[in-house]
Design a protein. Structure first.
Lengths: 454, 295
C-alpha cells in the first residue's frame, strides 16, 4: 500500500530521492535546540487562532452603542472595534478561548524567540556559515514584537489606546520627518482617521504574518542546508552530524512538542485570564488609567521611556529631538544594532573566518559570554525599571527614588555582570583543567600479584 | 519500559485524547464554558502529545546515526562553488551579451531608478508645513466656553479647592488632542505663575491641556498634598511614564521624561459665572516634534 503511494508520487513529482534524504535527515539532540521549535509551533497556533478571531473582529472606529452580553457596558458608546472584541469574548461560543489562547501564544512566541536567540548567541551558533540565518532570526524578532504590539492595539480598549498614544508620541519624535511620518501613518493627527484601524488590521493579519511565514521558510532552509550544529561531544566533528534521524523517531517527538505547545497554550487560554478588555473600558484620548503595563516584550521600551531624564535636543527655543526618541527609537535600535553587528565584531576580534559546525560552551569563550551577559543585564534592568510603579504599590518604595536607583543600576550592573561572568567562566575552565573532566576518574586497584589495574 | 506496556500506554493516551476531544464537543453543544472548553481541548492535545513522544521514544527505532555534513569549503567544494558561480554569472550576464553598450544602459537604468524613487518620495514633502499646521490646530480662543463630559457649562462656583475636572472646548471634537483640558482649583495665595499669566487663574482656578507633552497619554492624576509640610506641591501626573507637572507655576516639568511644560489655558469667568477661555493655549498640545516651540 505504502509502496504504491510512493511509486505514484515518484512518477508524478520525481521527489523520492529528496523525500528519502529528508526522512533520513539527522537532528542532533540537546534540550536547548527545542526553543526555536517552540517558537515555530507557537506561530502555528497564532495562525490557527488568529484566523478564527479575524472572522469576527471589525477594524472600524465608527460609533456604536454596546448591546451585547456583558451587562456593565450595555448602553455605553464605543467603537465597533472594541464592541466586536467584546462580542467575540462574550457572545461567540469558544471566542474567549480563542482570544486568550491567541494572546498567550503571542507571549510564548516572543519568549521562545528571545531564549532561542540567547542560545544561539551564547553558544556561538551565529558564526559562519550561519551568520546570515542569524540576521534572518533577528529580523523575525523585530517583526514579532511589532506584530504583537499591533495585535493588542487593535482591540481599542483603554490600555491599547494608551499604547497607541505612546506609539504616536514616539513616531512624532523621529527627528525632522516625525511629524510627516506619523501624520502619514495615522492619516492625520492622533487619534487619526478610520483608515488607521484598517491599516493596523491588514498589517497585523496579513502583511506581517506573510513576512514572518516567508522568513521562517528561509530560516528553516538555512538551518537544513548546512545541517544543524552540535556540541563537541565524543564522536562529533566539524564534518559530521550525529543524532536521531527525522523518521520515525524525531518526527514523532517533534509532533509531540507541537501538540504539547498547543495543549499548554489552550490550557492557559481556557484557564488563565489574560487582558480582560471589558474591565478597561473604551479608549478616549482624554482618559488614562494608572498602573498600566504593556505585554512583557514591550516592557524594555516602557522602561526606557520612563527612565530617560527630561532631555530634549533644542535649537534656541525650538525642539529638534524630542525626548521619546531616546527610549522609544534609539534604545531598541542600539540593542538590535549590537546584535546585528556582533558576528562581524567577533570575526574581527578573533580573526576567525572559518566555518563552524561545532558549538562552543559559554564558558569556553569568556569575552563573548561576558559581553552578552552585560548587554542582557542592561536590557533587563531597563525592563524592570518599567515596572517601578507596580513595585511602588507592592513595596512602598517612592517611585522617584526607584527611578534614580534604576538610572544608577543601568550603568553599574552591566559592568558588574561583565566582571562576574568573565570570572565565573575562567574559574569553571580552570577547574576543568585541574580535575580533567575530559578523562573520567578511574579507580585504581592493586591486584594480588602487586600490579595495578583499573 | 517494556514494549507491550508502552504500546498499551500509547493506545490508552490516544483513547484519552479522543475522549477529551469528544468532551470539548459536548461542552460546546451543552454549555459553552471557557474553562471547560480550554481544559478539554488542552488535555486532548496534551494526551496526543504524550502519545507521540512515548511512541517516538519507546516504540520506534532509537538508532543514533551519523551523517556527513555538506562541506562548503573543502578544496573540491570550493572549486565546485567557483564553477557554479561562474556558470551562474554566465546565465545572468549571458542573456544580455549581444548588447554592446551595457555600461551605458546600466548607468541609465540606475539613474532612472533613483529618479523614479525620488519622484515617489518627493510628494511626501507637500505634507511638510501643512502637517505642522494640522498638528497645531486648536479649538481654543478668547471666549470659547468650557463644557464638562455631559456638554454642560462649568460654573466656577462648583469647583472646590483641590478639585479636578475634565473639560472640553464647546463644540469641538473631544477626541482631538487639543480639545481636552483639566481644570483644577488651588489656594490663590499659593500660586506662583509667571507675571504675564497673573490673570490666567481667576479665584485660583486653572486649566491645563490634558495631553502629556511627552508621549500623548492623558494626564489624569492630580497629586494634591494632604499634609502640606511633608508632601510636595500639587501636581498633575501622567500615568504612562510619570511625567509630573507643577500646577502652581504654569505647568513646568518637575519630574519624569517630558521635555516641555503642560500648555496652560488662560481662564476668565463670564457674567453667568461660567468658565470660558481668555485666549489660546500657551503652547502646542501633545508630544513634541522637530520644529515645535519648547514652551
Amino acid at each position: 500500500m505504502i509502496r504504491r503511494v510512493e511509486t505514484a508520487l515518484e512518477e508524478r513529482t520525481g521527489g523520492s530521492s529528496f523525500l528519502r534524504s529528508a526522512l533520513r535527515y539527522v537532528f542532533p539532540d540537546h534540550w536547548s535546540f527545542l526553543l526555536g521549535e517552540i517558537a515555530l509551533y507557537s506561530f502555528v497556533i497564532l495562525i490557527a487562532t488568529g484566523t478564527f478571531l479575524a472572522l469576527f473582529y471589525s477594524p472600524s472606529t465608527a460609533d456604536t452603542v454596546y448591546q451585547g452580553g456583558y451587562v456593565p457596558l450595555q448602553g455605553q458608546e464605543m467603537t465597533q472595534a472594541y464592541a466586536s472584541a467584546l462580542h467575540l469574548s462574550f457572545d461567540v461560543p469558544g471566542g474567549l478561548l480563542m482570544r486568550q489562547t491567541h494572546h498567550w501564544a503571542a507571549l510564548v512566541f516572543v519568549v521562545a524567540i528571545v531564549m532561542h536567540l540567547m542560545r544561539i548567541f551564547f553558544t556561538g551558533a551565529f558564526r559562519k556559515p550561519r551568520d546570515l540565518n542569524y540576521y534572518v532570526g533577528l529580523t523575525m524578532l523585530m517583526v514579532a514584537v511589532f506584530e504583537g504590539y499591533l495585535g493588542y492595539s487593535l482591540l481599542d480598549d483603554l490600555l491599547s489606546g494608551m499604547g497607541l498614544a505612546i506609539g504616536y508620541g514616539v513616531a512624532l519624535s523621529i527627528p525632522v520627518i516625525g511629524a510627516s511620518f506619523s501624520t502619514l501613518v495615522w492619516d492625520g493627527p492622533f487619534p487619526g482617521s478610520d483608515a488607521f484601524f484598517s491599516r493596523m488590521f491588514i498589517t497585523h493579519v496579513f502583511i506581517l504574518p506573510a513576512v514572518l511565514a516567508v522568513l521562517i521558510t528561509i530560516h528553516l532552509i538555512l538551518v537544513a542546508r548546512p545541517h544543524h550544529t552540535q556540541f563537541a561531544d565524543p564522536g562529533h566533528t566539524e564534518r559530521n552530524v550525529v543524532g536521531l534521524p527525522m523518521w520515525p523517531g524525531y518526527a514523532l517527538r517533534s509532533i509531540g512538542l507541537l501538540l504539547s505547545v498547543a495543549g499548554a497554550l489552550v490550557l492557559m487560554g481556557g484557564l488563565i485570564q489574560i487582558n480582560p478588555v471589558w474591565l478597561w473600558g473604551p479608549y478616549h484620548t482624554y482618559q488614562a488609567t494608572n498602573g498600566a503595563q504593556p505585554d512583557w516584550y514591550l516592557g524594555w521600551l516602557i522602561g526606557a521611556l520612563r527612565l530617560m531624564p527630561a532631555f530634549d535636543v533644542t535649537i534656541g527655543s525650538y525642539t529638534l529631538i524630542p525626548n521619546p526618541f531616546w527610549g522609544g527609537v534609539l534604545f531598541p535600535l542600539g540593542v538590535f544594532g549590537f546584535l546585528f553587528a556582533w558576528p562581524t565584531i567577533e570575526r574581527r576580534v578573533r580573526r576567525d573566518r572559518r566555518q563552524h559546525n561545532l558549538l562552543e560552551r559559554p564558558r569556553d569563550v569568556p569575552f563573548r559570554t561576558a559581553i552578552g551577559a552585560a548587554v542582557f543585564t542592561f536590557v533587563a534592568t531597563v525592563f524592570f525599571a518599567g515596572a517601578a510603579d507596580r513595585a511602588f504599590v507592592q513595596l512602598g518604595v517612592q517611585y522617584e527614588t526607584q527611578v534614580w536607583i534604576y538610572r544608577g543600576l543601568a550603568i553599574v550592573l552591566p559592568l558588574v555582570a561583565y566582571r562576574v561572568t568573565r570570572r565565573v567562566c575562567e574559574e569553571l575552565r580552570a577547574r576543568e583543567l585541574t580535575f580533567g573532566t575530559s578523562s573520567p576518574i578511574r579507580r585504581v586497584r592493586r591486584g594480588p600479584g602487586g600490579g595495578f589495574t583499573h | 519500559m517494556r514494549r507491550g506496556r508502552a504500546e498499551l500506554l500509547v493506545a490508552g493516551l490516544l483513547a484519552a485524547a479522543a475522549l477529551a476531544a469528544c468532551g470539548f464537543v459536548v461542552v460546546y453543544v451543552v454549555d459553552v464554558d471557557t474553562q471547560l472548553l480550554g481544559l478539554a481541548l488542552g488535555l486532548a492535545l496534551l494526551a496526543l502529545a504524550a502519545a507521540a513522544v512515548i511512541a517516538g521514544k519507546a516504540l520506534v527505532s532509537q538508532e543514533i546515526s551519523t551523517e556527513e555534513r555538506p562541506d562548503f569549503t573543502d578544496p573540491d567544494g570550493r572549486a565546485r562553488a567557483e564553477r557554479e558561480a561562474r556558470e551562474l554569472d554566465h546565465v545572468v550576464t549571458g542573456g544580455v551579451e549581444e548588447i554592446s553598450r551595457r555600461r551605458l544602459l546600466g548607468t541609465a537604468a540606475g539613474a532612472a531608478g533613483v529618479a523614479l524613487g525620488a519622484a515617489v518620495v518627493v510628494p511626501l514633502a507637500s505634507l511638510g508645513p501643512a502637517v505642522d499646521d494640522r498638528l497645531r490646530e486648536s479649538p481654543w480662543a478668547d471666549g470659547v466656553g468650557l463644557v464638562d463630559e455631559n456638554g454642560l457649562a462649568v460654573p466656577a462656583s462648583h469647583l472646590e479647592t483641590g478639585s479636578f475636572l475634565t473639560a472640553f472646548a464647546r463644540g469641538s471634537d473631544r477626541e482631538a488632542l487639543a480639545s481636552s483640558v483639566v481644570v483644577v482649583r488651588v489656594d490663590e495665595k499659593a500660586l506662583s505663575l509667571p507675571p504675564d499669566r497673573a490673570d490666567w487663574a481667576p479665584e485660583g482656578i486653572m486649566a491645563y491641556s490634558k495631553i502629556c507633552t511627552h508621549a500623548g497619554c492623558a494626564v489624569n492624576l492630580f497629586r494634591r498634598p494632604l499634609y502640606p509640610p511633608r508632601a510636595p506641591g500639587p501636581a498633575l501626573v501622567c500615568p504612562c511614564h510619570y511625567s509630573t507637572f507643577d500646577v502652581l507655576d504654569g505647568g513646568s516639568v518637575v519630574f519624569g521624561p517630558a521635555g516641555r511644560p503642560l500648555p496652560q489655558l488662560p481662564l476668565r469667568i463670564d457674567s453667568r459665572g461660567h468658565l470660558i477661555a481668555a485666549g489660546p493655549l500657551s503652547g502646542n498640545v501633545g508630544p513634541a516634534w522637530s520644529g515645535v516651540r519648547q514652551s
